[in-house]
Ligand binder design. Structure first.
Ligand code: MN
Length: 443
């Protein structure tokens, strides 16, 4: 038979204007949630999470039931943030202790997501059970930081796991045998960021009433800075098994070794201090870590970082401009015309009169003067006569010369039997003349 007695306290702190922390105290379920998200997001997330957790745990008051309740709470917060655009991005931490009966034995089931913490105060010693899902903690685990460095590291507030920020969440679960005289401390990071472990231990040692102890801890964190919301729940095991000193070892692993049960849930029990993970892997993935790191860097640089979207825009804009440039150039350079320059017929590349920033370029001076061509074509030539290639421009000029020649000497062998150019003033002269095209080589 296990009986618990609890007390809690919460405070906005000295810096924040709203309190997004939430404490839960019932006879069998205790929890701390630390909400996050702009506007009312943090408060909404914390409230939704603890309500969903309580309801689900009531339906299935077991260890795996508590873990499942966290998963359900995650789904509720996630769905709500998707349905309400103004709450998008909200989330919360959640650590909870539930008294359950498994295989006829009372067991304390403990769950955690995020960087709120659960401690066990046993025999005058305070030990952290949960592992923070924060970037700093990950760096400690990989040896990049010491615990002392992590406590003041700028990344210590960056979470690698939180509730309600994605469709799925990995939940850490422990099973602990309740021992009479043990105290459990659940708190938000607003407490642990302000107080040393020794200061917390001192209060838990000297103040026996759980509500008064919780109150004192919150007040102490306030006077030490109070830079964040502070929330504390103290849970005392008042009736339970006596401390059995013979098999219990002082090592932490033995202290938190899972309670063996005959049920199928024994399979999910943690083999050591590391928690069992229910949905997904226990450790945040490399990707999660990298993502959190990037987020932190972006915040640190005040969003001066170029985003992928901006980059994509610049690339697309560049491609569009280049495309337009080449289209214009293609349009321009793909055309030729015959014009007159100082009485000489000249073949130009480009559009007559130029196009946009392109002016016609002289390709070939023909050596043919205006006197060499029929007078009726001069107006046309002065305006410019379009041709599709240099070759066709050349043969056009050659035809003009032949036409003039035949006008002067119709008996010329070049001019038989054709009557000469058409009377049309727009069409180029027909090639009635036997002058071979310039592109064709004479045999
Ligand atoms: Mn906090």
């Amino acid at each position: 038979m296990t009986l618990l007695r609890s007390g809690s306290a919460t405070d906005t702190g000295l810096v924040r204007s709203v309190n997004q922390d939430l404490a839960v105290e019932t006879s069998t379920l205790f929890a701390v949630a630390d909400g996050m998200g702009g506007h009312a997001g943090g408060e909404v997330a914390a409230r939704l999470a603890v309500d969903a957790l309580s309801a689900a745990f009531r339906r299935q008051p077991t260890g795996s039931g508590l873990s499942q309740a966290v998963t359900e709470a995650n789904a509720v917060v996630w769905q709500h943030s998707r349905d309400n655009p103004e709450l998008r991005g909200m989330g919360t931490t959640l650590t909870a202790v539930g008294l359950v009966n498994e295989g006829g034995q009372d067991v304390l089931a403990l769950v955690n997501v995020g960087d709120s913490r659960s401690y066990r105060f046993h025999d005058g010693e305070l030990t952290q059970i949960t592992t923070d899902h924060s970037l700093a903690e990950e760096m400690v685990r990989t040896g990049e930081l010491t615990t002392a460095e992590a406590a003041v590291h700028p990344h210590r507030h960056i979470l690698t796991r939180a509730l309600g920020v994605s469709s799925d969440v990995a939940v850490d679960l422990w099973r602990i045998q309740p021992v009479r005289g043990d105290r459990f401390l659940l708190c938000s990071d607003g407490l642990t960021n302000e107080l040393e472990l020794g200061q917390i231990t001192e209060v838990l040692t000297s103040v026996s009433d759980p509500h008064r102890a919780a109150d004192l801890l919150v007040q102490a964190a306030r006077t030490h800075g109070g830079s964040d919301n502070i929330t504390v729940v103290v849970v005392d095991v008042v009736v339970g098994d006596e401390v059995d000193s013979s098999p219990v070892v002082t090592a932490m692993n033995a202290d938190f070794a899972p309670v063996p049960t005959a049920s199928e849930e024994a399979a999910a029990v943690a083999p050591d201090l590391y928690p069992t993970s229910v949905a997904g892997e226990t450790q945040p993935s490399r990707r999660e870590r990298r993502k959190a790191k990037r987020r932190e860097r972006r915040i640190a640089r005040g969003r001066r970082l170029i985003t992928f979207r901006t980059l994509l825009f610049v690339i697309l804009l560049g491609a569009t401009l280049a495309g337009a440039f080449y289209a214009v150039r293609w349009y321009d350079t793909n055309s030729y015309f015959v014009g007159v320059n100082h009485n000489e017929l000249v073949i130009y590349q480009g559009r007559i009169g130029g196009f946009l920033w392109y002016n016609p370029v002289e390709v070939q001076r023909t050596g043919v003067t205006t006197a060499d061509v029929p007078a009726q074509y001069l107006d046309q030539l002065n305006d410019g006569v379009e041709e599709s290639s240099v070759a066709s421009a050349r043969s056009y000029v050659a035809n003009l010369v032949t036409t003039k020649h035949c006008q002067l000497d119709p008996s010329s062998p070049f001019c038989s039997p054709s009557p000469g150019p058409t009377t049309s003033t727009t069409a180029p002269p027909t090639t009635a003349a036997t002058v071979p095209p310039t592109t064709t080589k004479a045999p």
